[in-house]
Design a protein. Structure first.
Lengths: 364, 338
């Protein structure tokens, strides 16, 4: 029998142990298609907490944590293990490598950034011509990815192979009330899902999916949801906070979310229209638990919910994200209170979940 | 109790005057359900909100057939309400700024509003980001709508005699046709699943899960299609009044040639006018049905429609009647796809 740490009261905190876990999760190189580093940490963390854990054919970690209550709803919660980054595509010798971007990274953010490559975290840099040698005309141009190279210095060639993944080299740092890291999207989700498995309420069957290849088009979630065949789906992710004042003094009507305003509940994005019953359930849960919350402005972007809800005969689904400034860059920034409130909201909502919330009509 | 049997035209007017953008189909769904439930052997709503009505039970020589008409329409969702009560929005489905300007909207919470636009520079093209909804509120506090509220275009049904005009003819005209066919058809050996699907306008999502649940042997979408019969319009064979259009392809799928032949043969047998449809861009529930599970032969019966995705979509009365006849004929006999 597994040593399930069963508790109905759960007060999320970021103590030394939690910060250490989040740091290890964020500092890995775990770009779409090679999520092994994060997968190892997840499997290690949950070894003692669950009876049924499986790594599926795509590489998703599927954890089935069954409750003990009556008439339990099967809830799938997804958090993706992959992050955006780079792939080494050509060895040009002398420690210089051509690379491509994996997932949505703005090419304007690449020049001059330190990177780490492969599972050994070989350090390198994305170089560019020094300002001394560039013309004013050149400085107006955005350098394309195929004009850039990763340079690890001569002698290190053998440690880096074509096909290796790489990420920005930024290490996680606590900045007062904030956390800065390159991979908060979606290691916060992974971290939160680990906590939920450890502290799962007994009234639900928690189907935890640590998914792969979300950044390339929600690919892991598709097979994970098919395997789990859940009754409802929740994606836990991170979403941009574009909440700074506009430089031109006009009102900011497209902030998406705001830091410090709590977990962001989705209404609509490119891939999903949030299920209205589940949106209400989350909002009611936040109000009942006196947890701050905000709507993410309807807009583009997407989460694993985009695939989950279209699985088999349909799965009502919704997404909740931790708001983050500077998403998909070398250094994203979140507020610790938003992170803890997100975890608290999902946990509170799960404890309040029963089938009547869906009020599904049975066949007559 | 007498079965509800409102005429096709009464039903159509009710449907087009009911708001129901993608994801907010609960009101239109209940109206459809009330009209058809006594004609169905079984009726239920699936997890995503598709209304599914079964008529007939599979017998020797019959087939399980799914007929799908989507009940959602294009619309808008509020993203921000400013200090003065003006609301910014995101499109739900394919919305052009040109058809928004000066339009009126009706929210699911029955608040009404008009669409206005920021001042444009000379020669500047309007974009959705420049538009806003004015509900007559004087401040954010006074506004009856907030982030996430959903509206559709508001425009009364217009009977021009031979031609009928409304917002959301796409795809309520098909829903009305399918409802009428459901009432009239005698399924014989076939087991018929009439699906009133959700979220088609945002990516054919409802039909994906409905088709998985129904697991049909043959699939038929019913939807509107463009026409090439307006001044300097697109180059396309389909014209209003020339009969139901039998889809050969669009950009979402290639109709199964056996299904196309089945439809053509039935039109010929009934001596109904029909036209072949080759649509360059656009998609229907047929694409979702075709790719369900291990694959399903699927096609689409299209109703020619002018000014699609505008607040004034126009169809032809005879095309609508002939579509019902074609559908009832197709569904009431054993199907051999040869």
């Amino acid at each position: 029998m597994a040593k399930n740490d069963i508790s109905t009261k759960f007060n999320p905190r970021l103590g030394k142990k939690e910060i250490d876990l989040l740091t290890r999760l964020c500092n890995t190189v775990s770009v779409s298609g090679d999520e092994q580093e994060v997968r190892s940490i997840v499997l290690e963390e949950l070894r003692d907490f669950t009876t049924v854990t499986k790594v599926d054919a795509m590489g998703n970690v599927l954890v089935r944590r069954e409750g003990t209550g009556e008439d339990r709803v099967r809830v799938m919660i997804a958090a993706h293990m992959d992050e955006v980054g780079f792939m080494i595509v050509k060895d040009e010798g002398d420690g210089v490598f051509e690379f491509r971007v994996i997932g949505g990274v703005d090419p304007r953010q690449l020049v001059g950034k330190p990177v780490i490559i492969g599972r050994d975290h070989v350090p390198g840099v994305i170089g560019a011509k020094a300002i001394h040698l560039t013309t004013p005309e050149e400085r107006k141009q955005v350098l394309k990815v195929d004009q850039l190279r990763v340079d690890i210095g001569p002698g290190g060639d053998s440690k880096v192979k074509v096909g290796d993944r790489a990420t920005f080299a930024t290490k996680l740092a606590i900045l007062g009330p904030s956390i800065r890291s390159k991979a908060l999207d979606d290691r916060l989700g992974v971290f939160n899902l680990i906590q939920l498995v450890k502290h799962a309420p007994e009234n639900v069957d928690l189907l935890a999916a640590f998914t792969v290849q979300e950044e390339l088009g929600l690919r892991g979630a598709k097979t994970a949801a098919y395997a789990f065949d859940p009754e409802i789906g929740i994606a836990m992710d991170s979403t941009p906070a574009n909440d700074l004042a506009h430089y031109d003094g006009l009102p900011n009507t497209s902030h998406n979310t705001r830091l410090g305003n709590g977990p962001a509940i989705y209404l609509m994005d490119r891939g999903t229209i949030g299920d209205q019953r589940l949106i209400k359930w989350l909002v009611d849960s936040a109000e009942a638990g006196k947890i701050p919350w905000q709507f993410r402005q309807p807009g583009m972007g997407g989460t694993d919910a985009g695939e989950i809800h279209k699985t088999r005969a349909g799965v009502p689904s919704v997404s909740v994200s931790v708001p983050q400034r500077y998403l998909h860059s070398a250094a994203g920034l979140i507020r610790i209170e938003d992170e803890l409130n997100t975890l608290k909201l999902i946990h509170t909502a799960l404890t309040r979940l029963d089938r009547s919330i869906l009020n599904l009509q049975e066949k007559k | 109790m007498a079965k509800k049997n409102n005429s096709l035209w009464t039903v159509l007017q009710t449907l087009v005057e009911t708001p129901g953008p993608s994801g907010s189909e609960h009101v239109i769904r209940e109206k459809i359900k009330a009209e058809i439930q006594e004609h169905a052997d079984e009726i239920y709503t699936d997890a995503l909100g598709n209304l599914i009505a079964r008529k007939g039970t599979l017998k020797e020589g019959g087939k399980r057939i799914m007929i799908s008409a989507h009940i959602d329409e294009i619309g808008l969702m509020v993203t921000h309400v400013d200090d003065n009560g003006f609301a910014r929005f995101m499109p739900i489905g394919g919305i052009s700024p040109l058809t928004c300007l000066g339009g009126r909207v009706l929210f699911m919470n029955v608040t009404q509003g008009v669409i206005g636009m920021e001042r444009l520079e000379k020669d500047e093209h309007p974009e959705l980001a420049k538009l806003f909804i004015d509900t007559g509120a004087t401040s954010r506090a006074d506004s009856k709508i907030g982030v996430g509220d959903v509206c559709g275009f508001e425009r009364p049904f217009l009977d021009l005699g031979k031609r009928l005009v409304a917002k959301s003819m796409d795809d309520r005209v098909a829903a009305a046709i399918v409802m009428e066919a459901l009432k009239e058809v005698r399924p014989g050996t076939n087991e018929l699943y009439f699906v009133f699907s959700v979220q088609e306008e945002v990516g054919i999502r409802g039909a994906i899960t409905a088709a998985y649940g129904v697991d049909p042997e043959v699939g038929l979408a019913v939807d509107v299609t463009r026409t090439g019969d307006t001044p300097l319009g697109v180059k396309m064979e389909v014209a209003l009044g020339n009969g139901p259009a039998i889809k050969v392809r669009d950009s979402s799928f290639i109709a199964d040639p056996r299904v196309v032949k089945w439809m053509v043969d039935e039109a010929k047998a009934q001596k109904l006018p029909y036209q072949m449809e080759v649509l360059e861009a656009g998609g229907t529930d047929g694409a979702a049905i075709q790719r369900t599970r291990a694959g399903v032969p699927a096609g689409c019966l299209s109703i020619p429609c002018r000014y699609i995705h505008s607040p004034s979509e126009m169809v032809d009365r005879d095309d609508v009647e002939n579509s019902v006849k074609l559908l009832v004929g197709l569904l009431g006999k054993p199907v051999s796809l040869g």
